[in-house]
Write a protein that binds this ligand. Structure first.
Ligand code: ADP
Length: 229
């Protein structure tokens, strides 16, 4: 069994003493789609920041913690190698985080230019991913000329362009109306059907119920529910 995410006995205590995650264990298989829900302050963001190595797990002599993501061992990982991990993850955010002064094409191409991908590959790959998200007509538009749903589709294209093993979507529907939200989640499902593992943080229980799938509920720093719904 191939797990893309494996956490064992992981706790995170912030410097001010807040116990944000408390002895969490979690496994996510390659190819899964999982929702992460929980009240504000439950520990969802801390979990995401742990997976991207923005925060580190507590180190305790009596506990052997494990954090593995996309084949990387985050406990042993050196700071200078963190970018290698992050290149294997596509990120989607609530606020889209597009660059307003760049066209749709350039927003997506930017990711590949940053990693020095060959120009020939960029010219082929970028329109391909933009087409996959149904945005070919908007390829030369700027984010300010697009609807919220379209902007989030550009963000999905950007997350996908580098063929990540895992997509982390943090409240991707937080700024969208209910209909567009369903559309974005369906697109994430389609991306998942093509083999990319998806972890989506949301507080919209209704949306989760409508779409269904694996639901991980975090409560007071612990996993209080983890099952298919
Ligand atoms: P959620 O994303 O579910 O709202 P968080 O992971 O942001 O929850 O927060 C979990 C707990 O950790 C909360 O009590 C929050 O106040 C605290 N917390 C989050 N970030 C920090 C930080 N950088 N420093 C100190 N405490 C933090």
């Amino acid at each position: 069994m191939n797990f893309l995410i494996e956490l064992k006995n992981v706790s995170v205590t912030y410097k001010n003493g807040v116990d944000a995650l408390n002895d969490v264990s979690l496994k996510i298989k390659d190819g899964e789609f999982a929702f992460v829900v929980g009240e504000s302050g439950a520990g969802k963001s801390t979990l995401i920041r742990l997976l991207t190595r923005e925060v580190k797990a507590d180190e305790r002599a009596d506990v052997k913690s494990v954090i593995k993501v996309n084949g990387f061992d985050l406990i042993k990982m050196k700071q200078r190698d963190v970018h290698k991990l992050r290149r294997t993850i596509g990120f989607v955010f609530q606020n889209f985080m597009l660059i307003d002064s760049m066209t749709v094409y350039d927003n997506v191409a930017f990711v590949l230019r940053c990693i020095d991908a060959p120009t020939k590959y960029i010219r082929k790959r970028v329109p391909q991913v933009i087409g996959l998200l149904g945005l070919q007509e908007k390829i030369n538009r700027y984010p300010g000329e697009l609807s919220g749903g379209e902007q989030q589709r550009v963000a999905l294209a950007r997350a996908l362009v580098n063929n990540p093993q895992l997509i982390i979507a943090d409240e991707p529907t937080g700024n969208l109306d209910p209909r567009t939200s369903v559309e974005i989640v369906k697109l994430l499902k389609e991306i998942n059907d093509r083999g990319t593992t998806v972890l989506m943080v949301t507080h919209e229980h209704e949306l989760v119920r409508r779409v269904g799938g694996r639901l991980i509920n975090i409560r007071k720093g612990q996993i209080s529910f983890d099952d298919l719904i």
